[in-house]
Each structure stands twice: as C-alpha cells, then as structure tokens.
Write a protein that binds this ligand. Sequence first.
Ligand code: PLP
Ligand code: SF4
Length: 388
Amino acid sequence: MSAPPTTPGPPAQRRGDLDVQGCSPRGPWADVDERDWTDWRWQQQHRIRTLRQLERVVDPSPGEVRAIEATADRFRMAITPYYAALMDPDDPECPVRRQAVPHLDELTVREGDLADPLGEEGYMPVPGITHRYPDRVLYYVTHNCPVYCRHCTRKRKVADPRSAASHDQLDLGMAYIQDHPEVRDVLVSGGDPLSLSDDRLDALLGALAQVPHVEMVRLCTRNPVTLPFRLTEALVSRLRAHQPVFVHTHFNHPRECTPEAARCLRMLADAGFSVANQMVLLRGVNDDADVVREVNHWLLRQRCRPYYLFQADLAEGISHFRTPVAVGLEILRALRGHTSGMASPHYVIDAPGGGGKIPLVPDYGLRREQDTLVFENYLGQTYRYPAD
Ligand SMILES: *Cc1c(COP(=O)(O)O)cnc(C)c1O
Ligand code: SF4
C-alpha cells in the first residue's frame, strides 16, 4: 500500500473542483460564439418554441409531436438552448426532456385534479400576493420563465400572456407588504423573478429592504437550472446590496448538475447569498433514492442546501408525474443517517386547497411501552428512551 500523499494536490484537484470544469454539451449549437452562448439575452431570444425548432435538437416521438400542438394554447413550450442541449436526443424518457417537452398525458385531467391545487387564489388579499402563513407572503412579480416546466404547479398562470403581472399589480403587492407589519419574510416568486430586468429586480429588492418589518427576502428562481448565465456578476453584485437574500432554486436531476450551474451556485454563495434547493418528486425523473442523493451531494459541494422535497401536487395535467407518498418516504429513509443530514430535505405535501405544507416523515416505529418510548434508528435497530 502506498503512503497517503503529504502535500495537497494542485487546487484544481481539490474538493468538488471537477464540478466547475469544462462546459456541458451544446448539441446543434456547437458553432455558436462563446460570447453569444453565455449571454442570457441570446439564450432567451433563441428559445425553442415550435416543433420545427425542437427537431433540430431531438428526434421527437409521435406523442411529443402531437402533444406540442395539443398543449399550445394551454401551456406553451419554451426551452432555452442551454437546457435543450442537456436533453438526450434519442430518448423521450430523458429526465430533462420529460420536464421541458410537452407530453400527451398533460391532457388527462384526473378526478380530484385542481386548477388551483394549493388554493392560492383563496388566500389572495390583493392580486399578486398569497398570504397563507402568519408571518410570510408569496409575492408574484412576473408570469414568465426561461423554460416552462411541464410539472409546474402554477400552470394556469405561468406563461399566460393575458395574466402578465402588471406594474399595477406589483405596486399593489408592495403596498400590501408595507401595510402589514406581521410580514417579516417575503418570497419573491412568479413565474421566475429573474425574468425581470436588472433594474427592476434591483428596485424591487431595494424597496423591500426599505420596509422596516421585512427581515428577509427569498428569491425563488429556476434560472440556475435553466439559464445559469442570467446570474451575471453585474446582477449578483447589485442584488447582494439587499442582503439577507435567500435564493431558492429547483434542481431535480443529475443531468442538470452541469459545470455552468455549479459556477452559478458558487458565485451566489461567494456573494453571501444563502442558497437552497426545492426539489419536486417526479415519476420517471427522480423517484429514486440514488438520483436524489446524487443531486443533493452535488448541491452541497456548491454550498446549496437541499431544503424541500415536494410531493407533486394535484395541479391539472401533471398527474403522470405523481408518485405514491410511500416512494418519497422510502427516499427519505434511504438518506437519513446514511449520508450527511444536510443532504436530507424536508419531504412535504402542500395540502390541497390551501392547508399549507405538511411534513411527511418515515415511520421509525415510535411507540410507547409503559414509561418508555421505543423506536428504531436508521439501521432498523431498536432503541429506548424514557417517555416522561
Ligand atoms: C411554501 C410557502 C411559503 C414558505 O414556506 P416555508 O415553509 O417558510 O418555506 C410561504 N407562503 C406560501 C403561500 C407558501 O406556499
Ligand atoms: S420555473 Fe417555476 S414557475 Fe416557471 S415553469 Fe418552472 S416550475 Fe413553473
């Protein structure tokens, strides 16, 4: 056996630095100038919106072809070239493809499906604000996203040009926050807030920072996954002036864990943002403990903390993504204790109709025997603890 090296390797060999090396595949855009490719405006302008454009990247299945047409007026397709290039051109089951390309199952509305699964409308004191919990609000600032995720819970609003958040709505929301001293935590959401211009984002976070009772802001964005180039040094340095800002993002699969995404997350962490991930449990995408563990380990290496694992909700047109709750519980059981506690998110179900998030916890056999509590550890071994 050789002795362990006594000097650390060159920096490039150290912890997780391989994560940020190189570039992900570019598919049919191999010849695009590097400056264009990494320019988020170029990416936005060249988004895939039609079957013809999609055919340049993948070989669409007959089902996908029909679904693109059939879903066009309900929830249109849009995919950034960056995200599209992560798709497997030959496999319609590719996890990135499943999240971005329409599927015929979206047309199926199952009994019990809801247009507004989380009852957000019922808790809207003004358009653009959902105030469900005592001390925090969701503030919708746009309905646009670089990629329209097929599993989106806000399908009925997102991507719909008729419901675009107007300046009026933004002002009403801000006034509501200013008038409600109990609101200490504002989740800036949408759509994807990073669809707004740098100036408007800066102004928005600046205005929130001026509200004395608002202690923190969370920027809920999937751009690190779908358009990491949007997080430019210029934007990040402007937004960091409004700390504390938490960035909540949405990685679902290792295919999304690219060097570009890693650089984006590290830049946010370096700028002092606290970065967290909200994964959605999706059948055929990440309904597997190994997949979730791999994503979560990668996230931790980029200093992004897995926060929630969401059970898919009852939104219309996403029933094909739903897994039994038992699947999520099994994933949690496979993580807790077996790997860093920080890699175990809270598994929650957002209660239909607006009950809020309810944590789902694996069964560790907790029971009472006289004055003793009996339970199991992660290995299934029995332990006891005094009950009172
Ligand atoms: C998820 C959510 C929040 C934030 O919940 P946390 O558990 O604090 O992360 C706030 N408001 C609404 C309406 C939500 O759905
Ligand atoms: S980025 Fe978020 S809001 Fe936009 S489509 Fe995806 S899940 Fe929906």
